[in-house]
Design a protein. Structure first.
Length: 256
């Protein structure tokens, strides 16, 4: 190898190391922002004060609106009776109603600290939206633009004991059909050694599809939530195989 080639290789290695360091710094900064502090703590997500405010927002303000505008059926919540500690809730995503349905119609015992990833470029771009979504949905920012915002926050939250919602399709379906799942939820659950809770949501797209007004269609359209038995990674199971098993479960429940 020529000296020039060696120098180029060293430069490339240095650049990659710098990129990794910058990514780590962005993750830490996003964690501090999401936590509302400067110490990188996630205390806000487990704060009794915030939990009480969320109860009022979710169960006393939002839940009556959901009940008045939608005909919601929930199945399978008895499968969560033994669920303790953090977990990764995995659901299909077709409507802005999905988050509201999860935090108002699943048992408070398992959703009281549930944190939901929200698009950083929209829900966390201005203070008033960030505060409102944080109040109602205990949100943490998820990057959709390549800036790195929110990268790794799901891992940090689960490690701190906070359950998280992951919509593995990445965005809302525009036609109501389920898109392929990314392996992110499986990775978070496997790394955190926590179960995945599969949930299939049916009817939300018809009730309030992407691109519609921020209100369900009239007539209390029917919506169904089907909760599955928590899934854990098997010993030696590869992340793609675990992710495929989660996706198969959600698709099967959605079709039933």
């Amino acid at each position: 190898m020529t000296p020039g080639g060696r120098g180029g290789a060293d430069t490339a290695v240095t650049a990659r190391a710098a990129a990794r360091t910058a990514a780590a710094a962005r993750t830490a900064a996003a964690a501090r922002t999401a936590a509302g502090g400067t110490g990188g703590e996630i205390s806000r997500y487990l704060s009794p004060l915030h939990r009480g405010a969320r109860f009022v927002a979710q169960r006393l303000a939002l839940a009556p609106v959901i009940a008045a505008t939608l005909d919601v059926e929930v199945r399978g919540t008895e499968l969560l009776d033994g669920l303790t500690g953090p977990y990764v809730l995995v659901a299909n995503h077709t409507s802005h109603l999905d988050a509201a349905l999860l935090v108002t119609r699943l048992p408070w015992r398992v959703t009281r600290d549930l944190a939901l990833g929200a698009a950083a470029d929209y829900f966390h771009d201005v203070r008033w939206r960030r505060v409102l979504t944080g109040l109602f949905f205990n949100t943490f920012p998820i990057d959709r633009t390549g800036s790195g915002t929110g990268r790794g926050l799901a891992f940090l939250l689960v490690d701190a004991g906070v359950p998280v919602v992951v919509f593995p399709e990445g965005t809302r379906s525009r036609d109501g059909r389920m898109r392929p799942f990314s392996p992110g939820a499986a990775l978070v659950a496997r790394r955190g050694r926590v179960p995945c809770v599969p949930v299939a949501i049916r009817g939300a797209h018809d009730a309030m599809p992407a691109g519609s007004a921020w209100w369900p269609r009239p007539g209390r359209p029917p919506v169904r939530l089907v909760v599955g038995e928590p899934i854990v990674a098997r010993k030696g199971e590869r992340i793609p195989d675990f992710a495929a098993r989660i996706e198969h479960t959600v698709r099967r429940m959605h079709a039933d």
